[in-house]
Design a protein around this ligand. Structure first.
Ligand code: GTP
Ligand code: MG
Length: 187
């Protein structure tokens, strides 16, 4: 959906998946649902071009977004992205939580800091997911997880690999416990 008039009308809680392009947002949706190919995945950044809603168990929606920070996207495209994403995140009362994806190999950068500030100000529950955890050693992942808790306000942090399935069950538990409950700091 590119326009709010195309968003779902059967109002259910929504959890949005945010992160830079190519970080693994769509792959995570496929891993969480266990449905390969449900969300479009590509090794070329920019695979997701609209706000895509996936209804889970008739209970809530997982929302896939286009990624930010894709260097090859021109200024015009970047504007269009920001507009589409800001319109969704900033104007959707049934949005209860956000899953912010960070590439475990890159860690947090400027864009992530801005994103956290924005989501926190909206009073959303946030879970941080370090993606592509299969690329790091276990002790490197535990450093990422320890560090993030000192850097940002979030209700959970999990390392996940959509490739091996590592951390997927832990994230499903967090979605149930943390993200679907009312926000701790409503704005
Ligand atoms: P945009 O839609 O362009 O914003 O990207 P996205 O964040 O949806 O990323 P997508 O899921 O399309 O994955 C991007 C690339 O990363 C693909 O080549 C995936 O196969 C790869 N990838 C995703 N998750 C993992 C993972 O857990 N491990 C590894 N090794 N690769 C992954
Ligand atoms: Mg995508």
């Amino acid at each position: 959906a590119k326009m709010p008039s195309h968003y779902p009308k059967d109002i259910l809680p929504e959890i949005v998946i945010c992160g830079r392009s190519n970080v693994g947002k769509s792959s995570l949706i496929n891993a969480l649902t266990g449905i390969r190919g449900l969300a479009r995945v590509s090794s070329t950044p920019g695979a997701t071009r609209a706000v895509n809603f996936f209804r889970i168990n008739k209970a809530f929606y997982l929302v896939d977004l286009p990624g930010y920070g894709y260097a090859k996207t021109g200024a015009h495209k970047r504007g269009e992205w920001a507009e589409m994403v800001e319109r969704y995140i900033g104007g959707r009362p049934c949005l209860v939580g956000a899953i912010v994806l960070i590439d475990a190999r890159r860690g947090m950068e400027e864009e992530e800091e801005a994103l956290f500030e924005w989501l926190n100000n909206l009073g959303l529950n946030i879970a941080v997911v370090f993606t592509k955890a299969d690329k790091l050693k276990r002790h490197e992942l535990s450093i990422c997880l320890k560090e993030i808790k000192t850097q940002v306000h979030c209700s959970a942090a999990v390392a996940v690999s959509s490739k091996t399935g590592l951390g997927v069950d832990a994230l499903i538990k967090e979605i149930r416990q943390a993200l679907l409950k009312p926000a701790a700091h409503p704005s």
